[in-house]
Design a protein around this ligand. Sequence first.
Ligand code: 5AD
Length: 391
Amino acid sequence: MNTAMSAPRLPPTLDEVRALLARGRYERAEIARLLETRDADALDAIRAAAEAVLLRECGRKVYYRGLVEFSNQCALDCHYCGIRRGNPGVRRYRLDHATILDAARWCAERGYGSLVLQSGERRDPDFVAFVEQVVRDIRRATVGPRLPRGLGITLCVGEQDEDAYRRFYAAGAHRYLLRIETSDPGLFARLHPPAQRFETRVACLATLRRIGFQVGTGVMIGLPGQTVTQLADDVLFFRAHDIDMIGMGPYIVHADTPMATWPDAPRDAADSLRLGLLMVGVTRLALRDVNIAATTALQALDPAGREQALRFGANIIMPQLTPTAVRREYRLYEGKPCLDEDREDCLRCLRMRIHMAGREVAVDEWGDSPHARRRTAAAQPTVGTKNGANT
Ligand code: 5AD
């Protein structure tokens, strides 16, 4: 860990932030500087600039991805994560096929357009075959006049080999989210056991892209020892890897994990929230046309955390579809919100919150990012409907 003591810089003034925004150059030094902002007016200037870019590049719509956390069985042991293999306090589950299909049908009927299947990480043949089958059946079961191609499916099931990724893609998943957690290999190494390698994760992102997936990644924000320069490098990593969608959120301690005892664990929720929102804002400013999720971890820090993220340039929300009976068993961090609300409650509550943020909810659309649509269109210049409207 870097223990070199240097005098902390003063946070930027409103004038400095305005000058940086006016210049519009978002490289390492500029992004890192913006991430040091604390002044309320300066924060709002960044927010307003990011919101303007969002509205210009992506429009007002917020896209839903119904979130099904279908299994907490996990072969990995990430030092920060509540469902790590080494936590014996978790009751392990895997939803059955019928329950997942029921959630998918509900999602399609409510007009969500897309679904995220997320789980702990397993790579055994049974798991891969299960995911493949579920993806295929969801696409089939949700085709109808409103969704001619069925639900859009994003997978979030971790590092897999190329064959598994190809099977998932062929079965009908077209987006894949695999967080790198941090773009700094040294920090990554501190967060994970040696068998889990940063290079493997980056290679997985390249494989996913080559297969044809729209690729998402993301990081945790406010990790012990993490600097604003490292966070700026995370944003540059997203850009360098031509990432289509970003899911990132504040690191939040989980008591039953090794990192809970680290001396420099984050303690101040307001400060974690500030940094999380700033990351959403600067990512919007630097990348412009990608999808950015207002993640649940932001909401864990503040009941209005996700709406604030929408106002800082996020355009994706993942309403909970995981059955309440198992939701408590999928706690990656403490304070996870909405453990008891059923999916109808989540739907009503979210719609109101989105309208309050001055935005509208997209209905029956896949909601691929303009970034992904542009790249696909550039790669396949033939005329057709495939790359145009979402539905
Ligand atoms: N705090 C915040 N995010 C976490 N994740 C896992 N544990 C935590 C935590 N304690 C995130 C990781 C992972 C995603 C599924 O959840 O970024 O990739």
